[in-house]
Design a protein around this ligand. Structure first.
Ligand SMILES: [Zn+2]
Length: 451
């Protein structure tokens, strides 16, 4: 950090200037061009100059700017452009604004003055552990406060006399695409982690195919996937993943492809390459597959009758309390308790499909309720004839238990892209599918080169 400001007025102006992106500075006009040069010379402020401000209040009529630049022909050296010392305080658990102000060397009176200095200061009531407050203090006086709730957005309050001005600063991350592919040897998660995918990305991939594949029970050794997705960078540092753009999943030799498309109304969904929505009337598994334990033997002897009962459903072993979702939109026709079923829920979907959920720990819906797909209707338990927490799930078509995957043609059709939108769909999605395949080919070539 540079030496403290010789003059707090200058530093206040600079504090605001350094938060503007270069393109906005340029529009301020030639008078400020010398400042732009000096800012560019100061690489430590580079990140700040990229900041995208939503409310630009800087104008040439601003008397402070005119004071600062009485004569534009005199070039300013970097020494004349002092940087502001921002004192950073991280919000800790159990913190409050009074404690944070104290740590920054300010009093409750300063806090009171600040909170009264602009109506938007009430945003600071939303502070959470991990958020950051940056203080610009000079001569024991609070001149600026920046509240940063995440890497991309911050709220800046700048003193104007006894009041404060407020502006929201938003950073635009750089987006790059990344590609991963893997073959599953034991589990989707381990395969994903081996190729350095984080848990959210793996989960998102599973969600895209969650209407076609039961990730709790259908996954087999040799299944494989490809995924093209966005990575977000800030100043060259990765700050997280963006959307999955295209993906392919081969499950038990059947291959599913999905591509992300934002339609002309701005709604983004996943579609098959020929424009059918990946969303279907029924989820394949009515609970989060990550909570399903695979070493569950549904053919074990029934604990009460000591026989292998004819089994007309799917058993998902999961810990007690795991949320159970409705597999599709529908109406609860029974939410009750019987000795064999324990707490159970039956949902009617349209005319011909029913789903049943047995042995629940808690029921979260009542008979007669309307439910949406993926709405929590209860939690996994072990009530009724059950020896360990699990969900017994049944899917009945016209009263007969069926595997929803094999009766897809009898179920409501997934929505498709309107024919009028089809050219736009293809134009936007085909390059993504091509990129997905090109990445795969490159990896094949690279592998061949190693052998
Ligand atoms: Zn069962």
């Amino acid at each position: 950090m540079k030496a403290p400001a010789p003059n707090s007025l200058i530093s206040r102006v600079i504090a605001r200037l350094t938060t503007f992106p270069r393109k906005h500075l340029i529009t301020v006009g030639a008078l400020c061009s010398v400042l732009i040069v000096t800012l560019a010379l100061n690489p430590s402020k580079d990140s700040e100059t990229k900041r995208h401000s939503q409310s630009i209040k800087l104008t040439l009529s601003n008397p402070e700017i005119q004071e600062l630049l009485p004569d534009a022909t005199v070039p300013m050296t970097p020494d004349l452009v002092p940087s502001v010392d921002w004192h950073v305080e991280k919000v800790r658990s159990g913190d409050n604004l009074s404690l944070i102000f104290q740590r920054a060397g300010l009093s409750d009176r300063d806090l009171f003055e600040f909170m009264g200095g602009h109506p938007d200061t009430k945003i600071l009531k939303r502070i959470h552990p991990g958020h950051e407050l940056e203080f610009h203090i000079e001569d024991d006086r609070l001149l600026g406060l920046r509240y940063r709730s995440n890497r991309l957005k911050s709220e800046l309050f700048t003193r104007e006399g006894s009041k404060f001005e407020h502006e929201t600063e938003t950073l635009q991350p750089d987006i790059h695409t990344a590609y991963r592919e893997a073959e599953i040897k034991s589990s989707l998660f381990i395969a994903g982690q081996k190729v350095k995918m984080d848990a959210n990305l793996i989960m998102e991939l599973a969600n895209i195919f969650g209407w076609d594949i039961d990730f709790g029970l259908d996954i087999r050794k040799g299944d494989h996937f490809k995924v093209l997705y966005e990575e977000r960078f800030l100043n060259g540092e990765k700050i997280g993943n963006g959307n999955i753009l295209a993906a392919e999943f081969t499950n038990q030799k059947e291959t599913f492809k999905a591509v992300r498309y934002e339609d002309s109304k701005g709604d983004a969904h996943y579609y098959t390459p020929d424009g059918k929505s990946m969303r279907k009337a029924f989820l394949r598994a009515p609970l989060d597959f990550r909570r399903i334990s695979s070493n569950f033997n549904p053919r074990r002897l029934h604990p009460i009758t000591k026989t292998v009962r004819p089994h007309r459903g799917t058993d998902y072993a999961a810990s007690r309390g795991t949320p159970v979702w409705s597999a599709g939109d529908g109406r609860v026709i029974r939410s009750g308790y019987t000795k064999p079923n324990g707490n159970y829920v039956v949902i009617q979907h349209g005319n011909n499909v029913q789903t049943k959920y047995l042995h629940l720990h808690k029921r979260k819906v009542k008979t007669g309720d309307r439910v949406k797909q993926r709405q929590v209707i209860g939690t996994v338990g072990s009530t009724g004839y059950s020896t360990a927490p699990h969900l017994h799930y049944e899917f009945l078509l016209d009263g007969v238990h069926r595997n929803p995957r094999t009766v897809l043609d009898k179920l409501p059709k997934a929505r498709s892209i309107a024919s009028s939108e089809m050219p736009r769909f293809l134009q936007n999605t085909q390059p993504l599918l091509t990129t997905l395949e090109n990445h795969h080919q490159q990896i094949l070539v690279a592998k061949a080169g190693h052998e």
